[in-house]
Design a protein around this ligand. Structure first.
Ligand code: SF4
Ligand code: SF4
Length: 337
């Protein structure tokens, strides 16, 4: 008896009008019609022959064509022993009390930056974004190099204005010390480009993004298909959690603790409140469990498990479960406006 199986890492997400196949290993997203989604779901429990009978043999030829296409494009395979291919676990696991953080800084900031890095590392934070808004990134950058040398963050992004960079060797110094994986140089006068720095074995050392865009607390939260992310961690986290704010902490330039820098309300000043105290505040962590399946419109969107969320710029400020305001996709018509 012949069965068809999707690879365990290829997941179907049904939307209001169509569905997606998300390949969580290869990072691919394929849009499929709802009918194929229904056929694939039936095939997970029945043979190909029984599936065709279930659909009253109305789609026999189409089913064969679709399955052959899916196999040639590496989404699935035929087997006579489906029990040998169990589903993968979709549980999200992380021992980190903080998953990611944003630290903002300008020339007037005076909270304890070094102590903030120390506590973030102690709480297991691996991903950190540092955004410098001041006039002289050379001075701050050299301070940052010596501070980061004492830590082992897995992924660090560093943002600063083009005009604040006087010593062009600064980025090279960071790259040579393996301290930062991504630089975003914003407010660029002319350039709009991305440069990848590799070592002699073609291993990626860092990415440098030059953009004419400005960085501000208002510029965040844009939802675009170029930010869709088909990845096991992102997907599994998004089933029950908010993929932007879950276990995220941020410190504003003035030193106030927030879920993210764009939020209006803060929970206190860094000089008075530790990150550990912050993440135990019920008010603070109320956003963590707002998964896309709880957000209006998004819950019906076929991209909900690969799409980042925003809980600051939302359509209805009074409804924390309303759709991100900066999303132009309508899952009920499958169109981007
Ligand atoms: S409707 Fe929601 S899930 Fe769909 S693309 Fe927009 S923000 Fe993402
Ligand atoms: S919640 Fe919105 S504004 Fe805040 S970091 Fe996420 S995307 Fe940006």
């Amino acid at each position: 008896m012949k069965y068809f199986r999707l690879f365990a890492n290829c997941k179907i997400v049904r939307g209001a009008k169509r569905s997606t196949l998300c390949d969580l290993y290869k990072g691919r997203i394929k849009i499929i019609p709802t009918l194929l989604d229904e056929v694939l779901c039936k095939l997970q429990e029945a043979t190909i022959t029984d599936t065709k009978i279930h659909f009253e043999s109305a789609y026999d030829e189409g089913i064969d064509l679709y399955l052959n296409d899916l196999i040639s494009d590496d989404w699935g395979f035929y087997t006579e022993e489906p029990h040998l291919f169990p589903d993968m676990s979709l549980e999200f696991h992380s021992h980190s009390l903080i998953l990611n953080s944003i630290l903002d800084w300008d020339d007037n900031s005076d909270y304890d930056f070094s102590e903030s890095l120390r506590e973030l590392e102690e709480l297991g934070c691996e991903n950190i974004q540092i955004r410098y808004y001041g006039q002289d990134v050379d001075v701050f950058g050299h301070r940052l190099i010596s501070m980061l040398k004492n830590h082992n963050f897995t992924y660090v992004e560093f943002y600063f204005r083009e005009i604040s960079l006087h010593n062009k060797d600064l980025i090279g110094e960071f790259i040579n010390s393996f301290l930062i994986q991504k630089f975003v140089v914003f407010d660029c006068e002319k350039t709009e480009e991305m440069i990848s720095k590799e070592d002699s074995n073609k291993n990626l050392l860092a990415q440098i993004v030059y953009t004419k865009s400005s960085l501000s607390e208002e510029s965040c939260g844009v939802i675009d298909s170029k930010w869709f992310y088909a990845n096991i961690n992102f997907y599994t986290e998004g089933i029950d959690h908010n993929t932007c704010l879950n276990r995220k902490v941020s410190v504003s330039r003035e030193g106030f603790l927030k879920n993210c820098p764009s939020m209006k309300n803060s929970y206190g000043h860094r000089s008075k409140l530790s990150f550990k105290e912050l993440i135990n505040m019920e008010q603070f962590n109320r956003y963590w469990s707002i998964s896309k399946s709880k957000v209006s419109t998004c819950r019906d969107c076929e991209f909900r498990l690969v799409c980042p969320d925003c809980r600051v710029f939302i359509q209805d400020e009074k409804d924390i479960f309303s759709k991100p305001a900066k999303c132009k996709y309508d899952p009920y018509t499958s169109t981007w406006s």
